[in-house]
Design a protein around this ligand. Structure first.
Ligand code: AHR
Length: 500
């Protein structure tokens, strides 16, 4: 049985915001230390940044980079990471039971973004766990005021004459989670977020603010949390956050491959909640979604690395991703693109070493995980207008989500060139999926490329010993004739079909 897809540029979902291809750097494990920052590494520049990692970050095509947490931010004192390095305090990081040296801080983060390039935009989280309005305002003034006040002059004295220009801010992190330092009820958090937002807008009315939504759709307070927080903050914030991580459970790979079903329903439920509150408040404003943590994460597997309490930069969350993981990951990207009208910020959690597309060895090489490829391709070719897809697909039964289509797909048209890129996943583990795409209305005449990520061994991974074991390959037998494309999607595969 084959799948069919009709694409017509007259019917669109919306335009992709470049911020959809964001990522996340947290002070967690080796994301910062020996990840992006390793002064003793042979590839380090004068700021201590690893240039081999910078090259891969640019190749990955990330835009907005969220910092410094995550759970870490809820106990963080931003001042600790400023000023002369030798005077910075060592602190306990309660979130990850590590020691934070503060060798890397706000100025180093901004230097990192500047090295990545102009597409790299800061997204800074303030601590609303152990701190509040005053500290958020102080951070904003230190970072963004040009000079002539105590805090802005302190930044200048620390070596950064130019303000950092941070526009996008997260009001805390996962405040609905009992694991969060300073966890709050929706009422408590809603009030604090509202007052922090109001004060930050007094400094800069153009600031863009993200209120914390739920840590995942399964949280007992899900939806009620969003409703309460938005009742308090609706006119003061621009985004509500979503976080979600997926993993294979009890060997149920078919359900794992359908993880995007959960992600899409999560997005749609949050959109419904935002619009419900907007309607109740008689507001014309729409709240957009910041899916600022998403990924595959083997949260329930034991850490294979020995780690002790209060270690510096321990090996935490260093998941090594398989081909299967990359296919699920690609499907999560498709889910985000399919909702590009309302999901206008998204951050792949995280960037280096910690559940990351880029891995490093201290003093050694950096390499691409399997998940690197879908992200880099989506960021390179998923820019423009997302087309509405009319899809007919064979289905199969899954334990977690019931009947699920085998084809998961979206298409994006470049507004200037008219080029169309179809992103597609075949969720079947053993069978190829014949696909027919009707492109007669799309105005394309050439098949530029059909790239596939799939492998005879779905467990294949890239490792230090074999860093290029898995790379995308060209598909065989794909053809475009009379405006109709015919292809067979390999079993368990991520596909990028580019048409010009
Ligand atoms: O990304 C890892 C952790 O996952 C983050 O610190 C936290 O926000 C989430 O629970």
């Amino acid at each position: 049985q084959s799948a069919k897809l009709v694409l017509d540029p007259a019917f669109t979902v919306g335009t992709v915001d470049p911020r959809l291809f964001g990522s996340f750097v947290e002070h967690l494990g080796r994301c910062v230390y020996t990840g992006i920052f390793e002064p003793d590494h042979p590839c380090a520049d004068e700021s201590g940044l690893r240039t081999d990692v910078l090259d891969l970050v640019r190749e990955l095509g990330v835009t907005t980079i969220r910092y410094p947490g995550g759970n870490f931010v809820s106990g963080y004192r931003w001042e600790d990471g400023t000023g002369p390095v030798e005077e910075r305090p060592r602190r306990l990081d309660l979130a990850w039971r590590s020691t934070e040296t503060n060798r890397f801080g706000l100025g180093e983060y901004i230097a990192f973004l500047r090295e990545v390039g102009p597409q790299a935009e800061p997204m800074m989280a303030v601590n609303l766990g152990t701190r509040g309005v005053a500290e958020a305002l102080e951070l904003q003034e230190y970072a963004n005021h040009p000079g002539g006040t105590a805090l802005s002059d302190r930044r200048i004295a620390h070596g950064d004459k130019d303000p950092y220009g941070i526009k996008l801010w997260c009001l805390g992190n996962e405040m609905d989670g009992p694991w969060q330092t300073g966890h709050k009820t929706a009422e408590e958090y809603g009030r604090l977020a509202a007052e922090t937002a109001r004060a930050m807008r007094q400094f800069d009315p153009g600031v863009e603010l993200v209120a914390c939504g739920s840590s995942n759709q399964g949280m007992p307070t899900f939806a009620a949390w969003e409703a309460k927080v938005l009742e308090e903050t609706y006119d003061l914030v621009d985004y509500i956050s979503l976080h979600s991580y997926y993993e294979e459970r009890d060997g149920d790979r078919d359900s794992f491959l359908a993880s995007a079903v959960d992600m899409e329903s999560f997005i749609e439920n949050v959109v419904a909640t935002c619009d419900h509150i907007g309607a109740r408040l008689k507001s014309k404003k729409k709240i957009n979604l910041s899916f600022d943590e998403w990924n595959v994460w083997y949260m329930n597997r034991p850490n294979p690395h020995p780690v002790t309490d209060w270690q510096e930069a321990p090996r935490l969350l260093e998941d090594v991703y398989s081909v299967t993981d990359a296919v699920v990951f690609g499907s999560l990207l498709i889910a985000l693109l399919r909702h590009a009208d309302r999901v206008t910020v998204a951050c792949l959690a995280q960037l280096v070493n910690v559940i990351a597309p880029i891995m490093t060895e201290p003093g050694g090489p950096a390499w691409r995980q399997t998940t690197f490829y879908p992200f880099a391709q989506a960021s390179a070719y998923g820019r423009g207008r997302v087309l509405r897809t009319a899809v007919e697909s064979p289905v199969h039964e899954t334990a977690a989500y019931g009947e699920v289509p085998l084809l998961h797909t979206t298409a994006v048209q470049d507004e200037t060139t008219g080029a169309v890129t179809v992103f597609a996943v075949n969720r079947h583990q053993r069978e190829g999926l014949p696909l027919e795409i009707d492109l007669r209305a799309a105005g394309v005449s050439t098949l530029v490329e059909h790239s596939v990520l799939a492998d005879a061994d779905p467990e294949a991974r890239n490792t230090l010993a074999e860093p290029e074991r898995v790379v995308p390959h060209p598909a065989r037998g794909t053809a475009l004739e009379g405006g109709v494309l015919r292809a067979t999607l390999e079993p368990l595969s991520w596909n990028v079909i580019r048409l010009g």
